[in-house]
Write a protein that binds this ligand. Structure first.
Ligand code: THU
Length: 238
C-alpha cells in the first residue's frame, strides 16, 4: 500500500465522514491495517486502532508496533490502547514506510467446517469469560476470521462477529456472503444484539450459520436476526 489515502478509502464512515487509519505490526512481522467502521447506532462504531489491533490478535499474533498517519485525526480511545497494549503510535508520512509483510485473507476452495472454526476459536483472548467464540466470513477477497477479544475495559472488547466484520472492511471488502459462528463451550452461539445490529448493516442479505457440532447447524438470513432493526433510513427521517 503506497498511500494513506488508499486506507482512508476503505473507511466506512457514512455518518460522520471522519477517516481513520492505523497499521499494527505483529511480532511475526506481519502488518495489519485498520479503518473506522461506523454503525447507524453510533456507539457501536469500531475505531481504526481497535480494528487493526484485534485483527492482529485474532490471527494469534502479538502487537509489536503501531503506526498512524502524520497529523491524523485521533479519537479519544487512543490513550487507552497505548497504555493497555504498551504501544507507541509512530507517525508515518506514508504506509509504505512500514516494513513488513501485509496480511492477506486466506483464499479457500471449500466452505469452512466445524473443525476449522474450532481451531480458530483457540485464538480467542478471553481472560474474563473463558468463553471462546469464532466467526468466519466468506467474501469476494477470501475468508476472514475473527475471535472474541476481551480487554480490561469490557466495553472495549469485541465479539468474534464484529472482529471479523471490522477486519474485512479494513482489508478492503464489504461484500460479505456468509458468516459461520461457533462457541465450542456452548450448544451454539446466538449473536448478541450489538452484533445483530452490525451484521444487519453490512450483510443483511447474507447468511448466518450457527454451527452446533460437526454435523448440525442452523442457517438464517441475517435480516431475520433483527426484525425492525434501527436503520439509516430512520436516522435520515429525523
Ligand atoms: N461473544 C461473542 O464473541 N459472540 C457472540 O455472539 C456472543 C458473545 C463473546 C463476547 C465475550 O467475549 C464473551 O462472548 C462473553 O460475553
Amino acid at each position: 500500500m503506497k498511500s494513506w489515502e488508499e486506507l482512508y478509502d476503505r473507511n466506512y464512515s457514512p455518518y460522520s465522514g471522519k477517516k481513520e487509519a492505523c497499521l499494527v505490526r505483529g511480532e511475526s512481522g506481519i502488518i495489519y491495517p485498520g479503518v473506522r467502521v461506523e454503525n447507524v447506532s453510533f456507539p457501536l462504531t469500531i475505531h481504526a486502532v481497535q480494528a487493526a489491533l484485534f485483527m492482529c490478535i485474532s490471527q494469534g499474533d502479538q502487537p509489536e508496533s503501531a503506526f498512524i498517519p502524520e497529523q491524523a485525526y485521533c479519537n479519544d480511545t487512543m490513550p487507552f490502547w497505548k497504555k493497555s497494549c504498551n504501544l507507541a503510535f509512530k507517525e508515518l508520512s506514508q504506509p509504505s514506510e512500514c516494513e513488513g509483510i501485509w496480511f492477506l485473507p486466506k483464499q479457500m476452495s471449500i466452505e469452512p467446517d466445524f473443525k476449522k472454526l474450532e481451531e480458530i476459536s483457540k485464538k480467542a483472548l478471553v481472560p474474563e469469560s473463558s468463553f471462546p467464540v469464532a466467526a468466519v466470513i466468506t467474501s469476494d477477497i477470501g475468508m476472514i476470521d475473527g475471535v472474541n477479544i476481551e480487554v480490561t475495559d469490557w466495553q472495549k472488547g469485541l465479539c468474534a462477529e464484529r472482529v471479523a466484520i471490522a477486519s474485512g472492511i479494513s482489508l478492503g471488502t464489504r461484500l460479505f456472503k456468509k458468516i459461520y459462528i461457533i462457541a465450542p463451550k456452548s450448544d451454539y452461539v446466538s449473536p448478541c444484539g450489538a452484533c445483530r445490529q452490525v451484521l444487519s448493516e453490512h450483510m443483511a442479505d447474507g447468511k448466518a450459520i450457527f454451527m452446533e457440532n460437526p454435523s448440525e447447524s442452523h442457517t438464517l438470513i441475517v435480516r431475520e436476526l433483527l426484525p425492525y432493526h434501527f436503520s439509516a433510513h430512520q436516522l435520515r427521517n429525523k
